[in-house]
Structures are given as C-alpha cells and as structure tokens.
Design a protein around this ligand. Structure first.
Ligand code: NDP
Length: 304
C-alpha cells in the first residue's frame, strides 16, 4: 500500500478529531487546527499552507474545518462564505499545484428538503439557509480549483468528541423531566467513525487515479436507514438508560413537535434523506444502519 502524507485541516472538530486517528492507517498525518490554519483569512491561509506544503508535500489534503453554526450563519453570511467556500478554493488551488487529492465534506442542507425521495448526486441543490448556500458554493469552488477532489455530502454528524445533538439531548434529559423534539424532519445520524473509515477506503481506492478518472466528484455518504430527530432522541435516551445513565426524561417523555413549533433563524430541510448508491457502488462500501454508529458512541460515553 502507498504511504501517504496527509494534511488534515479542522483537526479539533467532531470529524477532524476522528480523522486525525483514522487517517494514520494511510501514512503520516499532519493535523492542523484553527490556530495553524484559519479559514476565515484566505490569503493568510494561502501563505501558511504554501509554507507547510513546501516542506511537507502532501499526497492527500483532507478538510474537516467548516463554519458549522447553522443559525449564526444567517447573521454572519460573509464569514460563513469565506470559511466554507473562499478558503476551500484556496485549498483546492494548493492541492492542484502540488498534485495532492482533496477530500472535503458537505451537507444534506444543500437541498431544500422537498418531497420524500432520497436525494441523489444528480439532483440540483437549492439550499434554504446561508450555511447550506456557503457549503454548496464550497463544493463548486473546490471542483473548479482541483480536479482530484472528492466531496462527501453527509448528514446529522455525531461523534464522541465535540458538540452534537446526541450530547445536547443527554444533557437536557439529565436536567428536565420531558423534552420537545422535532418529529417532521427525516434524515439519518452518521457517525464520525463511519466517515473516518469510509474516507480511508476512498483514498485507497483513488490513490493511483489520475485527474481524468471519472470517480472524482460528489458522493452522498450517510449511515443506512432513516429516522426523525424525535425518534433519534428517544433511541439515545433508551440507550443511555440501558447503559446506566440516570436521566430525568424517559424515552416516552420525549414529546414530538413540528418544525413550525420550534422556529430557528435558519430554515431546515424536512427531507434530508440521502441516496448513497453511487458511493456504495463506486467504492464497494458497506454502510451499516445508523443505530450501530449511535450505539458505538453511547458505549464510549458510558464506558466508565
Ligand atoms: P464541527 O463544528 O465539530 O467542527 C468544525 C471544525 O472547523 C472545528 O474544529 C472548528 O474549529 C473548525 N473551524 C471553524 N471555523 C474555522 C476557521 N475559521 N478556521 C479553521 N477552522 C475552523 O463540525 P463537524 O466535524 O460536525 O463537521 C465536519 C464536516 O461535516 C463539515 O464540513 C460540515 O459542514 C459537515 N457536516 C456536518 C454536519 C453536522 O451535523 N455537524 C452535517 C452535515 C455535514 P474550532 O474547534 O476551533 O471551533
């Protein structure tokens, strides 16, 4: 197997933290956090990365950094676009110059959530929010800057490191007797462990591919099955209690509400289902049901 040199950005996020370990299966990993690579300053980023890539010379660049504060983005559109699009173009240009491939992540929020069919890569994005727009702009900027790129569009990312819905639900369930959770948005939680493993498999599959290989491009990548935030919260509560957690709220005291009953600055897509056939067929991936990923996180959180 080829020994890669991997430059990872966003190493302190949910996914970045997982990747810092998972990518070691491919070779040497140089993991950068916001301190070493700030995506809100594209020109400074270009200079610092040019300096790093001059001596490190990566074969793979992986971008797990992103402006992910979906509601805050509505009042900070410029920052969101700079981090999620302008700086992604810079990364792509540097990768193109040094011949590295780029792995990048995007979101179900590029779609408007209409209908009930799982979204395919051939469907036209129509983001409802500034965050979704900025991520869609980032996908296009990367494709334009760098031929050897893969964008994995995923959904409802959850891991042991950092903040996420699962941890928020556990915190609230420890404080309150009942919770109200949105039950009309359908999607699937995807664990950082699954994303890390798939990223490694895709790099291996494409390590000898040249710039004209038809496999470069966008893929939908999420765990199997589907659920709602409400059913997901109930599953988390039951799983935590089964592992000995003491909670005030019970699965049956998680009450379903509609999106309209819980207004937020950024609109969310109602249908976040992603059709993952393209990724499965192209790379021969096995994508387990979402419960497996969530179980793994609950095991890790309640192992002590
Ligand atoms: P997190 O919010 O956990 O991590 C994002 C990371 O990006 C953080 O480490 C953060 O740094 C870093 N970051 C933010 N702004 C900057 C900046 N200006 N310069 C450098 N680094 C910055 O996100 P996830 O790990 O959950 O997301 C990974 C990817 O998956 C992203 O591309 C996201 O858009 C996508 N995605 C996420 C979903 C989710 O539910 N979370 C759903 C679908 C897709 P710091 O630690 O210093 O704050």
């Amino acid at each position: 197997m080829q020994h890669h040199k991997i430059l990872l950005l966003g190493a302190n996020g949910q996914l970045g933290h997982e990747l810092a370990t998972a990518l070691q299966a491919l070779g040497e990993v140089k993991a950068l956090t916001r301190t070493e690579a700030d995506l809100s300053q594209p020109e400074a980023l270009r200079q610092s990365l040019a300096h790093i890539t001059h001596s490190f010379v990566p074969t793979v660049m992986v971008n797990a950094a992103a402006y992910t504060a979906v509601d805050k983005a509505e009042s900070e559109p410029q920052v969101a676009h700079t981090v999620n699009a302008a700086s992604v173009a810079v990364l792509g240009e540097l990768a193109q110059t040094c011949g590295a491939m780029v792995l990048h992540y995007s979101t179900d929020y590029v779609f408007d959530g209409s209908g009930t069919q799982p979204w395919q890569e051939t469907d036209t994005p129509h983001p409802l929010s500034v965050y979704g727009q900025s991520k869609w702009a980032g996908e296009q900027a990367l494709a334009q800057a760098c031929a050897k790129h893969v964008v994995l569009r995923t959904s409802w990312v959850v891991g042991t490191h950092g903040g996420n819905f699962l941890k928020t639900m556990l915190r609230l369930a420890a404080e309150r007797d009942s919770l109200r959770v949105v039950a009309d948005q359908v999607g699937v939680p995807t664990s950082t462990a699954l994303l890390g493993q798939v990223t490694v498999e895709i790099v291996q599959a494409l390590q000898s591919a040249d710039a004209r290989d038809p496999r470069w491009g966008v893929y939908h990548l999420a765990a199997g099955g589907e659920t709602t935030w409400h059913a997901y919260a109930q599953y988390v509560m039951a799983g935590a209690q089964a592992r000995g957690a003491v909670l005030k709220a019970m699965p049956e005291t998680v009450l379903p509400i509609t999106t309209a009953e819980y207004p937020l600055p950024a609109p969310r897509p109602l249908n976040s289902r992603l059709n993952t056939h393209k990724a499965q067929q192209t790379f021969g991936l096995e994508l387990p049901q979402w419960q497996r990923g969530v179980d793994g996180i609950l095991d890790a959180l309640f192992s002590k």
